[in-house]
Design a protein around this ligand. Structure first.
Ligand code: ADQ
Length: 466
């Protein structure tokens, strides 16, 4: 069996006593099955980046991590990745900032990844690259002589060409994606957007049979692999952590009120400002429910060095202050807003204690929190998921209460509907969603991606050898 090499911008080396999130668990399982190597940035910056990667082995997987120097952190990570690609791919054209210097550093970092990874590769490896930070990596590896099969999975949406071509270098980015053998997307919409962009640049003859794109003799397969969760592991985590001190304190503090929970990185794509406003509207239009529900929003600060992130933080603090000032009672705070991280298992326990899970991004590749909320529920008395139609997850979780995150009246109504939903309906919706989650699990995601990559490799080998 070929070894699996995963490359992502951030890598997470498992630490004792912490429960990792869905993606890390999924990738670890895939790599453990194949004696894998995981290569990427360790999240640290240094005045001078170390030349070679630091290599450690843990739980049957080899981790090779690199650090960034200050320029790489500023121009690659904060700049081109999170100031240009992230907003544009989430349709925030207003928030998009382009600088050619940052783009040069983006190319340079991908070059450095390739240079440091090359000596670690073996001829039979399968190389699985993750996300928008590393679009040009396969091209750089190919230029350095790598012939191994390479696949890219894009965790975020792929935008329509009319948005994509706002990026001055969109043609180069698209061209570089052709160096992969497999391009994986979260939903059909994303895959179709990529194919639309390919047709725009190379003409409709580039769209070849079997979901492939062929340009200048290079053929790449475009496929949909919706990322999922491990339902049984989440069930276990949720049940076990209900008994923990932190869970008990959280539930005691509710004083018997119903809990509505939101769990997101503090990011403008997650629709938090819109969500807070909809909750305010719910309290306003359904005064009978004041003092009967507590909304707990967990949102650890992320990318705080990017200006747009500081702005959303300020907006949220203002909205929380206003709502709490307006509606709070001596023993009730309508919004509990926590800018901190919790271990994954604790979050799952919180989700199981909630009557409502509110997941309303204004744009999201998939959104694993929505899936985790469903998986964490007690099937005999499940909570209700309110889900944005603009999250990738809405394609699969059609039995959620679906909302448009910009429609605060509709969202206020959805909260009321969830609050009053009869048990039979909650169970029916939950059951339907659980079936989808079991089918499109995290194991199905990594197995089908790796198998697809492997079978492309076999096919190409057959073609080459006649
Ligand atoms: P993210 O934008 O980070 O991921 P999401 O999929 O919701 O979004 O969350 C990833 C993980 O982080 C989940 O396991 C979640 O439990 C955890 N997490 C979120 N908030 C947390 C908190 N406050 N404390 C601790 N853990 C928290 C990107 C894309 C998504 C896509 C994923 C996976 O933006 O669209 O679903 O990758 O492909």
């Amino acid at each position: 069996m070929s070894r699996l090499v995963a490359v992502s911008n951030r890598i997470s080396v498992p630490k004792r006593g912490t429960a990792p999130g869905g993606l890390a668990v999924g990738l670890m399982a895939a790599m453990q099955a194949r004696q894998g190597l995981w290569f990427g940035w360790d999240g640290e910056t240094a005045d001078v980046a170390a030349e070679g990667p630091a290599v450690t082995r843990k739980d049957g997987v080899t981790f090779a991590s690199i650090d960034f120097d200050q320029t790489e952190y500023r121009d690659f990570y904060l700049g081109f990745c999170n100031g240009a690609l992230w907003p544009l791919f989430h349709y925030f054209v207003d928030g998009f900032r382009y600088s050619d210097t940052q783009y040069e550093v983006y190319q340079r970092v991908n070059q450095r990844y390739a240079r440091l990874l090359m000596p670690l590769l073996e001829p039979d490896d399968l190389i699985w690259v993750h996300d928008y930070h590393l679009f040009p990596l396969a091209q750089k590896l190919r230029e350095a002589g790598a012939t191994q099969p390479m696949g890219l999975f894009l965790h975020i949406p792929f935008p329509n060409i009319e948005v994509l071509r706002v990026l001055p270098v969109y043609g180069e980015i698209l061209q570089s994606m052709l160096a992969y053998d497999v391009l994986g997307f979260q939903t059909e919409t994303d895959r179709d957007a990529f194919r639309g962009a390919a047709a725009f640049v190379w003409g409709s003859q580039a769209l070849t049979a079997g979901n492939t794109v062929t340009v200048g003799g290079r053929r790449v397969l475009t496929e949909v692999f919706p990322i999922g969760v491990d339902v049984d592991a989440i069930q276990r985590e949720a049940v076990e952590s209900l008994g923990s001190e932190v869970s008990k304190r959280m539930v005691t503090g509710l004083l018997g009120r119903k809990l509505m929970i939101g769990v997101d990185r503090l990011d403008y794509s997650k629709g938090l400002v819109e969500r807070f406003k909809a909750y305010e509207r719910f309290l306003e239009t359904h005064p009978e429910n004041q003092n009967r529900v507590t909304f707990m929003q967990i949102a650890p600060i992320s990318r705080s060095d990017v200006r747009a992130y500081a702005e959303i933080r300020r907006d949220l603090e203002q909205t929380t202050g206003r709502t709490n000032g307006r509606f709070a009672d001596t023993d009730w705070t309508p919004i509990r807003y926590l800018n901190r991280n919790f271990p994954h298992d604790v979050l799952m326990g919180f989700m199981r204690s909630a009557l409502i899970g509110i997941v309303t991004p204004v744009r999201d590749g998939m959104n694993l929190v929505a899936k985790e909320f469903v998986a964490a529920q007690d099937p005999s008395d499940p909570g209700v998921l309110i889900l944005s139609t603009l999250a990738g997850a809405a394609r699969e979780l059609t039995s959620a209460v679906l909302v448009n995150p910009y429609d605060s009246r509709g969202m206020a109504h959805a909260i009321q509907q969830a609050f009053n939903m009869p048990l039979a309906e909650r169970r029916e919706r939950h059951q339907a969603m659980l079936e989808v989650l079991r089918r499109n699990s995290i194991a199905a995601w990594h197995t089908s991606f790796v198998n697809t990559l492997e079978s492309r490799a076999t096919l190409q080998l057959k073609r080459r050898t006649g």
